[in-house]
Design a protein around this ligand. Structure first.
Ligand code: HPA
Length: 273
């Protein structure tokens, strides 16, 4: 079965299970699973029951699609995402984004846990992604292009929607939440970076680094969705004396920042109905 048919089949299955028509899609990053609580009137579908969906394995991810409302906005939320380092290919990693699009999602909000490569950042900071650098070795659009899904050569000049960024900055200011903006570098992981690599990423213009988001953003833009993405800075990888990085520390830092993240994501979703 080709990709387009798989997407149609999966969307058909999901539409039979839930009657809502989500306009906003949300992807939760590592340690941010608690944000599922911002959705009201939840109806969930486990990934394991969805045809053509890969199954999530990473600690801190539960693996379900959550449908419901944020304010008056119908949303679908991915609790748990698929990472390239888990062994999935790029088509699998980005498949749920295609399905969201097929369900009618026009605005995609992504969150992630990231390492800071900007020495001015601190653990717990939120960083709105204004642009990215793609250093993931496999491209999600490699192979024959299906024009029904998007153009062969999608434009990436405004991958991160300026209007959504402005709204998020306003919500942050109104709620006394300090947000940074910066460039996210996507790498494959799963090892964290060496001090020399963090330094390199800083020098090429990166403010944060992580193992997700970039492929999903590319596919969302291919499909014409508007994208907003935000990182929690969970560790700082650019210091005179390098500190070690652990997955636990990343999850802890993300959990601490989760309430601020919830305020921003809720505010953004509410304005998009
Ligand atoms: N590097 C890559 N991915 C990450 C990091 C990091 O330092 N922290 C959280 N996710």
């Amino acid at each position: 079965m080709d990709l387009f048919s798989k997407i149609e089949e999966t969307a058909f299955y999901v539409k039979q299970k839930v009657k809502t028509k989500p306009r906003v899609g949300i992807v939760l990053g590592s340690g941010l699973g608690g944000l599922v609580e911002i959705v009201e009137g939840k109806a969930t579908i486990a990934y394991s029951s969805i045809p053509n969906f890969p199954v999530s394995t990473v600690k801190g991810h539960s693996g379900e699609l959550v449908f419901g409302k944020i304010g008056d906005t119908d949303v679908v939320l991915m609790a748990g995402r698929f990472h390239y380092y888990e062994g999935y290919n790029m088509q699998e990693v980005t498949f749920p984004i295609r399905v969201m699009k097929a369900l009618g999602v026009e605005i995609l909000i992504l969150s992630n846990a990231a390492g800071g490569t900007n020495p001015e950042f601190a653990v717990g900071d939120l960083m709105i992604i204004k642009d990215h650098i793609n250093l993931v070795p496999e491209h999600p659009l490699r192979g024959p292009n299906d024009e029904r899904l998007g153009p062969r050569f999608p434009d990436m000049s405004e991958a991160y929607d300026h209007a959504l960024i402005a709204i998020a900055e306003k919500i942050a200011a109104e709620n006394n939440i300090t947000v940074r903006t910066g460039v996210y570098v996507g790498l494959q992981g799963p090892s964290f970076e060496t001090p020399a690599e963090y330094r390199f990423l800083n020098r090429i213009g990166g403010d944060a680094v992580g193992m997700s988001t970039v492929p999903e953003v590319i596919v969302a833009r291919h499909g014409g969705m508007r994208v907003f993405a935000i990182s929690v800075i969970c560790n700082i990888g650019f210091r005179e004396i390098a500190a070690t990085t652990t997955h636990e520390e990343v999850l802890d830092a993300a959990a601490v920042a989760a309430p601020k993240m919830a305020t921003l994501v809720t505010g953004l979703a509410k304005q998009q109905r």
